[in-house]
Design a protein around this ligand. Structure first.
Ligand code: PLP
Length: 321
């Protein structure tokens, strides 16, 4: 007898969402980007990974779980890797596309390094280069609780259970009623809940939410906000990087040696993150990576804001720098 999964008709309404399109509908959809890294490490069978001191420590989760050797490397003032080691045939190099601003370096590396893995967790809008293993993390750019995309350059696929995100929405929806600050603990709970999970495929809920994003508008606003901040702040910025115009970056990085700026911004309720607290454990004060973590202010440029919000930030900054 033929079995048929019957379609549900009627009943109550689900959350009303647009039926748009994901930005990377054809990539592999996973629960987190650290697990996208695990996926690559398993499928490719790498025995050692080189990764930057300047990155997020959750990337060690899969490396430790799979018991793979790892070695940190330094980056230079242009945020490019300093490769003073040999990458063996079963070894790989992970490079972070910093804030979406280092796609040129990604391109250069892809031409010279065979076993390259590109971490685009901070570079959602940087398209993957053909043939280069690349992953993305969705919640760094949009209001979702989890989700990652992966491009991998071989056909082998892992069979995965599907993730579910219905219990992870408290901080996303609670903050609409009660404000961002009042649900910060729920945000931290969500981050905690993503630790040490199995590789799963992206939940249907996260996919549905990602189909609801106006990507074109997100890009436009990020480009406009970044341009404004760079116009007003590049003379004060101690980073020696010529930012390319027209990039929908994650944040605007502003390196200022003067102490206490971050605390004053936070006091003014301009919340700026630290990328990344673990870098203080891994580096010494004389290292550039340490300055990037300690003295660089990562200003928001995302789609929630417009140029008048940027002007508000700049006006305040000018008083304290
Ligand atoms: C550069 C970078 N890569 C990867 C990750 C891990 O992303 P996920 O939380 O989706 O595993 C993070 C932070 O969480 C990150 O900052």
């Amino acid at each position: 007898m033929e079995t048929q999964t019957s379609k549900t008709i009627g009943g109550y309404f689900q959350l009303s969402l647009e039926q748009g399109k994901e930005y990377y509908p054809d990539l592999i959809k996973l629960n987190t980007s650290r697990n996208a890294l695990e996926y690559i490490l398993i499928v490719k069978g790498y025995t050692k990974i080189y990764l930057p001191y300047f990155t997020c420590e959750v990337l060690l989760e899969p490396i430790v779980r799979l018991n793979i050797k790892y070695q940190f490397y330094n980056i230079n003032k242009e945020l490019e890797p300093i490769i003073d080691f040999e990458i063996g045939p079963t070894e790989c190099l992970l490079y972070t596309n910093y804030f979406g601003l280092t796609q040129k370096t990604v391109k250069k590396l892809s031409e010279s390094i065979d076993n390259l893995i590109v971490d685009n967790a901070q570079a959602f809008f940087s398209k993957p280069l053909q043939g280069t293993d690349t992953f993305y993390s969705c919640r760094k750019f949009f209001g979702v609780s989890d989700g990652a995309y992966l491009q991998i350059n071989i056909d082998d696929r892992l069979v995965l259970e599907k993730d579910s995100s219905a219990d992870r929405l408290r901080h996303l929806i609670g903050s609409i009623d009660y404000g961002i600050e009042n649900n910060y603990a729920d945000f931290l709970d969500n981050e905690e809940s993503l630790k040490d999970n199995y590789i799963k495929s992206m939940s249907l809920l996260t996919q549905a939410l990602l189909r609801n994003v106006n990507y074109r508008e997100c890009k436009r606003k990020r480009i406009e906000n970044f341009r404004y901040l760079n116009d007003k702040l590049f003379l004060a910025n101690e980073l020696e990087i010529a930012f390319q115009d027209g990039i929908p970056a994650m944040v605007y990085p502003l390196l200022i040696s003067k102490k206490g700026i971050k605390a004053k911004l936070i006091e003014k309720k301009i919340f700026v993150p630290t990328y990344w607290p673990n870098v203080f454990k891994w580096t010494t004060e004389d290292m550039f990576e340490h300055r990037l973590a300690k003295r660089t202010i990562y200003l928001p440029v995302d789609q929630r804001y417009n140029v008048s919000d940027m002007a508000y930030i700049v006006d305040f900054l000018k008083k304290i720098i």
